[in-house]
Design a protein around this ligand. Sequence first.
Ligand SMILES: [Zn+2]
Length: 57
Amino acid sequence: MEKKEFNSKQEKKEEKIEICYFCNRKFDMNKDDSSHYKYGKYPVCAYCSEFYGFYSD
Ligand SMILES: [Zn+2]
């Protein structure tokens, strides 16, 4: 079976720019570890996640 090298070269993650619901700063949702969507739809940046303790809903 031939494995195409194309798939393994996706080291560059797509950026997903969102604006934080709390601080209105732009951030990359795919980059920051603790950034997430509050209630599944409000973007929260990593900073606010840690500051407010929003690690999970
Ligand atoms: Zn924020």
